[in-house]
Design a protein around this ligand. Structure first.
Ligand code: KIV
Ligand code: NA
Length: 264
């Protein structure tokens, strides 16, 4: 794989070629993903859940994110490295710039923020400073206490329309990528078609430009009940390498996600 950049992801979108993303929290996982041709590695603040054992991502700090981003960047290879700005670390333009700078200096190439239209000026300011952003819409886990739980978002028309408008506005503001989490597949398709920038889905159906999963989920290492959108890639393959390779293959040939992994 040649070094993955945002322009390469845009070209893939134009060509209708699907791309893959996985989370990684350390250098071993980063090497596992990059060596199997995963285009985008995400240092997700899901590390609060899967590494720290917290019940949400709310307690994760910028220091935590910088530590894991540095670890991942050592072995991210040719994958594009994206890292989450954690809870309440981007409440205004100046704070976002300060904290995004720290993530970039830890090795991130794109920073991810959760929110909708209110992020537009922040995204513009980051871009002016050379920091590309990915906006995460739909189920935004940092807002779990406002959302009242981990639920599918955008089932009603008002919320769906607000999400479409936000996606278009954020693209205009300079967002480089979108992530859609737990939204109905038809809404994800509509948003993906409405913008030129690449859209990555998780629990958002098969029609987004890329797919992302939490690496522990697809390696079947997560305890307890797994979300509907997860597929256990250890069921067939004998190794983590085989599991990641199978995931990449299934995203590229369109067999993952299946209808059973999405929401109506
Ligand atoms: O933190 C994370 O792992 C994420 C993905 C689920 C998109 O934000
Ligand atoms: Na996240």
């Amino acid at each position: 794989m040649a070094k993955v950049t945002l322009s390469i992801l845009s070209e893939m979108k134009k060509a209708g070629e699907k791309f893959t993303s996985l989370t990684a929290y350390d250098s071993t996982q980063a090497h596992l993903a990059s060596s199997q041709g995963v285009e985008v590695i995400l240092v997700g603040d899901s590390l609060g859940n899967v590494c720290q054992g917290q019940t949400s991502t709310v307690p994760v700090t910028v220091d935590d994110m910088c530590y894991h981003t540095r670890c991942v960047s050592m072995k991210a290879g040719d994958s594009l490295l994206m890292a989450d700005l954690p809870f309440a670390s981007y409440t205004n333009e100046q704070q976002a710039l300060t904290n995004a700078t720290r993530l970039m200096q830890a090795g991130a190439e794109v920073v991810k923020l959760e929110g909708e239209a209110w992020l537009a000026p922040i995204v513009t300011r980051l871009r002016e400073q050379g920091i590309p952003s990915c906006v995460h819409l739909g189920l935004t886990p940092q807002s779990v206490h406002v959302l009242g739980g981990y639920k599918v978002q955008g089932r009603d028309e008002a919320r769906a329309n607000a999400m479409i408008e936000a996606a278009i506005l954020l693209e205009k503001a300079g967002a480089a990528v979108l992530v859609l989490e737990c939204v109905p597949s038809v809404l994800a398709r509509e948003i993906t078609r409405a913008v030129q920038i690449p859209v990555i889905g998780i629990g958002a159906g098969a029609d987004t430009d890329g797919q992302v999963l939490v690496i522990y989920d697809m390696l079947n290492m997560t305890a307890g009940r797994k979300p509907k959108f997860v597929k256990n890639y250890m069921a067939e393959g004998g190794s983590a390498q085989d599991a990641v390779a199978a995931y990449v293959k299934e995203v590229k040939n369109g067999t993952f996600p299946g209808q059973e992994h999405g929401f109506e």
